[in-house]
Design a protein around this ligand. Structure first.
Ligand code: TYD
Length: 202
């Protein structure tokens, strides 16, 4: 039976979520909570291999094939890492999950959203995050944070990232109970405070 808590962190590349997850992880550990900090794609093992292809393969990649690779990583991650940790009662802090596929492959690559949701559901065997925080930031700022050394996904262009951002805001509109949006153009300390406020309610 499920005992822990599953929180996912989402947003476009360069939104600052990785810094915030690490700060939250430290905060929760200091309070004595048992946490698992993990990520998609590429938490461990097979996922690391899939991540390497997803971020660095330099030939043509079809959007559907790309989706299946992210979904394969997710299925492996849920079955082998997330579910066992939930059973142990851990607080799972997951850097990207199902909403990334909706925002990037659905909105970004223009794939059918119902199909993405259906496939996400298969990859997770129906497991849903208890809560999701989206770090929202304008594309110009996030792209300048990413810098010049871009991986395959980060090289997708400004229009793509505008659609990704729009996608995240739509997801939050559709599921306001689960998904909260934090303005990520504030200082690291202020954003951390907002994250802690949201997580303490859980
Ligand atoms: P990563 O370096 O982990 O990015 P970040 O630090 O911004 O989280 O790279 C993951 C990339 O893969 C990122 O560009 C988002 C993208 N992605 C998808 O397109 N679909 C997905 O389902 C997931 C999980 C990630």
């Amino acid at each position: 039976m499920r005992k822990g808590l599953f929180i996912t962190f989402e947003g476009a590349d360069g939104c600052g979520k990785t810094t915030q997850i690490e700060l939250l992880d430290k905060y929760l550990r200091e309070k004595g909570f048992d946490t698992l900090l993990t990520r998609e794609p590429g938490a461990k093992g097979l996922g690391v291999k899939l991540r390497e292809i997803l971020l660095n393969y330099d030939g043509e990649v079809s959007p559907v094939a790309e989706s299946f690779l992210f979904l394969a990583d997710r299925a492996q991650h849920v079955d082998c890492i997330i579910k066992p940790a939930l059973k142990e009662g851990k607080i799972i802090l997951c850097d990207r999950h199902t909403d990334s596929t909706v925002a990037y492959q659905g909105y970004g690559r223009n794939l059918d959203l119902d199909r993405i949701n259906y496939l996400n559901n298969i990859a997770t065997s129906g497991l849903k995050p208890d809560s999701t925080i989206v770090f929202d930031i304008d594309v110009e700022t996030s792209m300048s944070r990413v810098g010049k050394n871009k991986d395959r996904m980060e090289s997708a262009g400004v229009e793509f990232f505008n659609r990704v951002r729009e996608g995240y805001l739509e997801i939050a509109k559709k599921e306001p109970q689960r998904v909260r949006v934090i303005n990520s153009s504030d200082t690291i300390e202020n954003i951390h405070k907002k994250v802690v406020e949201l997580v303490e309610k859980l």
